[in-house]
Unconditional design. Sequence first.
Length: 421
Amino acid sequence: MKIQYSKIIITCLVLVNFTINSIDNPHFYKATHFWEEPRFEKDDLNSFQFWFGGGKTATGYNGCKQKVNVLQIYGPENIAQLAHGIPEEILNKFPKTLLNTIWQKEPKNCDFGKIKFDGLFRMLELDLDFKKNFSYGLFGEIHMPFRKLEITDISYYNLTNSCDLGPDINYMQWLTFMANFKQNMQKYGININRSSVAGIGDTSLLIGFTKNYEDTEYIDFIDFTIKAGLVLPTGKTQNLSNPFALPLGYNGHLGFNGYLNISVGLYEWLTLDIFSSFIAFAKKTKEMRIKTAYEQNGFIKLAKQRANVHKGTIFSIGSYIKFDHMLNGFSVLLAYRFDKEFKTKLRLNNCSNFNTKIANSDELLQGWFMNTLNVIGEYDFATYENPNRPRLEVFCDFALNGKRIFRTDIFGLGFNIDYCW
């Protein structure tokens, strides 16, 4: 059956593709990697891919989309309000400290008691992906990411000066407390130290269907791939004793995932693509650091409480253009994607000590979004005589801007090989 060119163009312009994002990929701390091209429809085709990359940054975007240090994306830390709403059993760990009562006093200036942290984020990532085609366009896939995430060079500066104090606040006591800030926080079970974690992220298992149409009149082909599966919580979860620690995956949450992608080929050298996606997470009951007063802000919180956590859905949309085999086997791909995580909601197991509405006002739970540009240069060594030769790529993932994110650009190398057996 012949497919009309005009109908294809109209369809591509208005089509909204629904997917569940297939792998552990979108995170607030890094530029999101390119999603992938539609799969070839060929019985018994096997594909192995890996890509390795890394990056570092001291820059992020806060909730007002302003450039800040990565440790300021949730605003300045309101240290003077940390003990506000905290149960006595927590305060009794350090009963004579200024922190336990200073929140009750009236300062002259709203900057009193606030500090700003600075830090540097570094990461390395290795992704392994294997796909196996069966019959009738069906295939299976397993994806495993390995990461190393670090936050180092941590420092802070005090925003309080003597003019901010009210008449009942002793400035020297405050300076003494802040001079020993890290040691004082350790008495509450909080370690203000560098964070480093490495290991496997969340593993994805999928089954899919792909179709390649080449019986066309004015275009070269139209391809689509759809798949569905699970993102398994195999990655290490967040260390609650370090407020700057990051999980290696989606922090213990099971994800339900799938994928749909449509591409159109033109002029024998041009490919256009559009996609959209989301990851939906199962609810999970676990221990969390809890905000206990509206005035609290930032990463640091004294209270811990078990809560039923409904992690926010991650939604993505994007498109790419590929200049295919422009010079022998060399191709260039440019892609744009928008990723957004919606608000996470908590239902506290113990509402007598903590206020659920206050806990859910935490800036860390309000979600994030990111605009990413992917640039890929690829060389395909395969020929008609030697179709099993690999493809090598160099990629750059640029975090353009966003909200409550780290602006970490990722640079790396990729390897792809297709073979039949």
